[in-house]
Design a protein around this ligand. Structure first.
Ligand code: ATP
Length: 469
């Protein structure tokens, strides 16, 4: 595959809209900042990734169980987790044009140096002394100040008061800690074990942007893996391997992935060690996933705030201890963006034309196979529809009879469909069909009765890396 490294997100944004992957949120009302809607093919891709992740890390592992916790947690949980106090970004405004920026991003963009670990005062000084507003060019900034990223809402009639402040969860992790004891008490899990969750998280990001890379509402796939303290180093490196294997399994190019360890200044309040898996996006290198050693910060803090014992009792040795936690976290939306960028190609054909192709691995593609009658004519249409219905139980199929066959191929190339199956007049005679492969554009005749096993083998062989996890 000769996929070009894109220099901008423009072609991806345009394809995503044109082909029904991703639409701007509330477009009917002129859009709603940094929210997006996943269209028919985007939601299919998301569902595939979500269920593949769940299969890989929950169903195929004896040591991990699933959870589906609430988005709204007791407000005291956010006090215990440190989010009420410390989940802040530094915000700075331009007094002249009223544009608002994240102070660290402004510094990083202007100076190309990291602003991680800098205090509000240090950031204010750098910006006020040496940076012009990227929007109006003036140098009239306010002081930098903290801005909590949690969305607030109200819950009426709780038992404590008529109305209580509540927060949309900014990460899925805390719901897992809140139910850690329930899971231990009601299932057969034994340390080491993990609890996995997939769900929405919400952050009132100050300067979201870069399409779906940074949005205010996004989906996380997280595992809290509970261990004895002395096992943390091996568990951490095992998880790093598994996360990289996942990247390979879904088809991300190794050359665009890298590992970046946070230095002491960058570490979150809960973390003893954090390593990001980064991806080379068209706009630069950005965090794709994170792996953190959270120590016993969360269980210990919830134990104190909730006044409930959260210790674990080893059933064999009788030893009682507070487990430590390794947390692998995967952003679903960033996975999708990385996959779109990785698989996008504008390919120059021999006849001088350009075709746009998404080179998804076959098992990831939103549509595995498209079925066409050569022409919109009977008895071809009837035969193709029959084949479409029989293939629906085999894989994700789509039926298309509209337009010239060449145009239908191009449309499927842009959707990343690996196989197109055409029924022509010969098919009616000899019961064979043409299968056209997306990347090579090669065509072969396959007997219709062999088609289900043929396609099944093609789409599942690509997923075989998973079995070694
Ligand atoms: P960043 O430094 O980019 O703000 P983070 O370190 O705050 O990210 P985590 O809190 O580690 O992110 O969240 C776990 C994962 O959730 C990230 O690796 C990323 O894939 C995803 N994620 C975090 N924030 C967003 C967002 N605003 N939009 C989309 N995905 C996000």
């Amino acid at each position: 595959m000769s996929t070009n490294i894109l220099s901008s997100l423009k072609p991806i944004v345009s394809l995503a809209k044109r082909r029904g992957f991703i639409y701007p949120g509330s477009e009917l009302y002129g859009g709603f900042a940094n929210t997006y809607s996943y269209g028919p093919y985007g939601s299919a891709l998301k569902n595939t990734l979500r269920s593949l992740w769940w299969k890989t890390f929950v169903e195929k592992r004896a040591d991990i169980v699933g959870l589906d916790g609430p988005i709204l947690l007791h407000p005291r949980a956010w006090q215990a987790s440190g989010h009420l106090e410390g989940f802040n970004d530094a915000l700075i405004d331009c007094k002249a044009c009223k544009s608002r920026f994240r102070a660290d991003h402004l510094i990083e963009q202007a100076t190309k140096n990291s602003a991680e670990g800098k205090t509000l005062e240090e950031m204010t000084q750098i910006i006020q002394e040496s940076i012009s507003c990227p929007v109006c060019g003036k140098k009239e900034f306010t002081e930098a100040r903290h801005f909590n990223l949690m969305f607030q809402t109200q819950m009426s009639k709780t038992k404590d008061s008529a109305e209580t402040k509540a927060y949309l969860r900014p990460e899925t992790a805390q719901a897992i800690f809140l139910d850690y004891k329930n899971v231990v008490d009601t299932t057969r899990v034994k340390i080491p074990f993990g609890i996995a969750q997939i769900g929405k998280a919400f952050r009132n990001e100050i300067t979201p942007g870069n399409f779906i890379f940074r949005t205010v509402e996004f989906e996380q796939m997280e595992i809290e893996y509970f261990i004895k303290e002395d096992a943390w180093e091996t568990t951490f490196s095992d998880w790093m391997e598994d996360m990289l294997l996942w990247c390979k399994t879904i088809g991300l190019s190794e050359k665009r992935l890298a590992i970046k360890e946070h230095d002491a200044k960058e570490l979150s309040h809960y973390s003893k060690k954090t390593v990001d898996i980064t991806y080379q996006f068209p706009f630069g290198v950005g965090e794709l996933y994170g792996l953190a050693y959270r120590g016993d910060f969360d269980l210990s803090s919830h134990q104190t705030h909730a006044k409930e014992k959260l210790q674990y009792r080893d059933p064999k040795t009788g030893e009682v201890f507070l487990p430590h936690v390794i947390e692998p976290t995967f952003g679903l939306d960033r996975t999708l963006l990385a996959l779109l960028c990785d698989s996008y190609e504008e390919e120059r054909l021999e006849n001088g034309e350009t075709r746009v192709v998404l080179h998804f691995k076959p098992h990831i593609a939103p549509v595995h196979a498209a079925i066409f009658p050569l022409m919109k004519k009977e008895p071809l249409v009837n035969a193709a529809k029959k084949l479409f219905h029989s293939m629906q139980s085999v894989c994700r199929v789509e039926y298309d009879e509209t337009g010239a066959i060449g145009k239908r191929y191009r449309r499927q190339d842009e959707l990343g469909t690996p196989y197109c199956i055409t029924i022509d007049f010969d098919s009616l005679e000899d019961q064979t069909v043409t299968v056209r492969e997306r990347d090579s554009m090669k065509q072969e005749r396959i007997p219709m009765n062999k088609l289900p096993s043929h396609i099944k083998a093609l789409i599942s062989s690509e997923g075989s890396d998973l079995h070694s996890l």
